[in-house]
Design a protein. Structure first.
Length: 245
């Protein structure tokens, strides 16, 4: 004998419950999530709080890596480095000519444009006593004007000392090599003391580049040009690496 309630429903099964309400619930959840995201985007949040939230999400989404690597407080800070642009050397050449053409000492300088730099060649007899690396009073005044010009640019500056091939006979230096180094160092030191705020590399070449002077000059002129100190303004910025002088 069958149960009358069982036979009343027919088919012998339980009544099925509709699942349509889940669609409405999902839509409502999505709308609420969108609403909270909009609220969050319009609010201000401290960076430390934001990092904590991000770390929490990382641990939840990738638990296998939790505890590995650096903690929030141990992260390396990223430093923003701003490299100044070097000044165009053709423009600088025009600027220097305008600055030094009326100076009694610097007006004797020779400006030479190279592929990778600009050279201001200063006659040693106007800067130093014969066979000496001690700068004259006039050289100090010239250094002040050079600093005024070089301080306007970000280019690297080198000082090159040169000499003629005539051997040294007595004095504080035993060779032209030491004399050229001493003069380069003296001028570099004077430029720094006069307020030039950049690193300067000083080199001594003695007469190793004497052959580069044109043979069109007389021998006396070549000897005079050989005894010089070059202020070399490089194409790149101050602090750029360079292995060759």
């Amino acid at each position: 004998m069958r149960d009358p309630e069982f036979g009343r429903h027919g088919g012998g099964g339980a009544k099925k419950i509709s699942q349509a309400w889940l669609v409405t619930f999902a839509d409502l959840t999505a709308l609420m999530l969108t609403f909270f995201i909009l609220l969050f985007s319009m609010s201000n949040i401290e960076s430390s709080t934001w990092e904590t939230i991000v770390d929490s999400f990382k641990q939840q989404l990738n638990p296998s890596k939790s505890g590995q690597g650096q903690s929030t407080g141990e992260r390396n800070e990223v430093t923003r480095i701003i490299i100044p642009q070097s000044t165009d050397l053709d423009y600088l050449n025009t600027l220097i000519i305008g600055k030094i053409r009326d100076h009694p000492l610097l007006s004797r300088a020779i400006l030479t444009r190279l592929d990778d730099g600009l050279v201001i060649s200063l006659p040693s007899d106007a800067l130093f006593e014969t066979g000496s690396a001690t700068l004259t009073e006039a050289a100090g005044e010239a250094a002040g004007l050079l600093v005024e010009v070089l301080g306007l640019v970000d280019n690297r500056v080198d000082i090159h000392g040169h000499s003629d091939p005539t051997p040294i006979d007595g004095g504080e230096f035993v060779s032209n090599w030491e004399l050229s180094v001493g003069r380069a160092l003296s001028l570099a030191t004077m430029l720094l003391d006069a307020g030039l705020n950049k690193d300067i590399a000083a080199f001594g070449f003695a007469d190793s580049r004497y052959a580069d002077i044109s043979s069109e000059f007389t021998e006396e002129q070549r000897l005079s040009l050989g005894r010089r100190v070059d202020v070399v303004i490089r194409e790149g910025e101050d602090g750029a690496d360079s292995n060759a002088p």
